[in-house]
Design a protein around this ligand. Structure first.
Ligand code: PAF
Length: 294
């Protein structure tokens, strides 16, 4: 039997009316912000918040403000019909799919400026206006929906840290939750952009995650994080990637490491295969670092 399609609203007022009605009857509300082209990683985020809230809203909005002038805004995959069918199978309560004019009406002239993790010299170094665009749209979505919980994938780890910081700094009454990265069987992190990969690039792509694990293992055994990251960079370059960065950072602040033996470490990388830019990250396991006598 075909699952009933979720209700789709495109206007802020309709979203607010529905969320207010749920709240009035004592229900908790979760928001899953997305840019659509939903894959199993997104669906896992929906399933995760379904455990934590009575009602789940999924927003679908390809946010022009977070794309640079030479980035893939025009070709970014869009499939609202396919997305709503997938969400129907999960029993999603509401899809919020505003138009660009609803989010950025004529005369729109404001921006949320983010520092701290947004200026860590990772994604921000290569995509200078990206996090201002993300923060602005996420702040708007949170204010429009007023959820109790919002979830963001750990795949975009720097984004998750930026949003956490922003929600704290702006006193937004929402709990920001991180969802584990979903991977293909060969380790490639799921991403809407993976469809850009040619067959030969797709075969090479899992090496990004493999290189992070190799470096993470070295650090866990007491190796120098900077040297491990540099070795990962060399391995990726040899495999045909054009590497933007491989970096070991403090997992909470994304600042450069000052005391690698004590700090929680996150290894993050971004690299190109042809015209496709891939990002990935992993936690360096603390227990094994201790076990190694670090
Ligand atoms: O991660 C994404 O898909 C986007 O950056 C987000 C959080 C939906 C904001 O547009």
């Amino acid at each position: 039997m075909k699952a009933a399609l979720p209700k789709i609203v495109r206007r802020i007022n309709a979203l607010r009316t529905q969320v207010a009605a749920w709240r009035a009857s004592g229900e908790t509300v979760a928001l899953v912000p997305t840019m659509g082209a939903l894959h199993d990683g997104h669906l896992a985020l929906v399933e995760e918040v379904q455990k934590r809230a009575g009602r789940v809203v999924v927003s679908i909005f390809v946010n022009p403000a977070q794309f640079g002038p030479n980035e893939d805004l025009a070709r970014y995959p869009r499939d609202e019909r396919g997305d709503t069918a997938k969400l129907a199978r999960l029993g999603t309560d509401l899809v919020y799919a505003p138009s660009p004019a609803e989010i950025y009406p004529t005369g729109f002239a404001s921006k949320v400026l983010v520092n701290g993790p947004a200026k860590a010299g990772l994604e921000d170094k290569y995509r200078p206006d990206h996090f201002a665009g993300v923060a602005t749209v996420v702040a708007k979505l949170l204010i429009q929906c007023q959820p109790d919980i919002a979830i963001f994938g750990e795949k975009d780890y720097q984004q998750l840290m930026v949003i956490r910081r922003m929600a704290i700094d702006l006193d937004l009454p929402v709990r920001i939750v991180g969802g584990a990265t979903r991977r293909e069987k060969d380790g490639l992190a799921m991403s809407s952009r993976n469809i850009y990969l040619a067959a030969s690039e797709r075969a090479t792509a899992p090496l990004l995650n493999a290189a992070l694990h190799e470096a993470g293992g070295r650090i866990a055994e007491g190796g120098d994080p900077a040297k491990a990251a540099a070795a990962a960079r060399r391995a990726l370059t040899r495999a045909g990637f054009r590497v933007d960065y491989v970096a070991a950072r403090n997992a909470d602040t994304l600042a450069a490491l000052t005391a690698p033996r004590e700090e929680p470490i996150r290894l993050l990388a971004a690299a190109w295969l042809g015209r496709t830019r891939l990002i990935d990250n992993i936690a360096v396991k603390k227990a094994s670092r201790k076990k190694a006598g670090a």
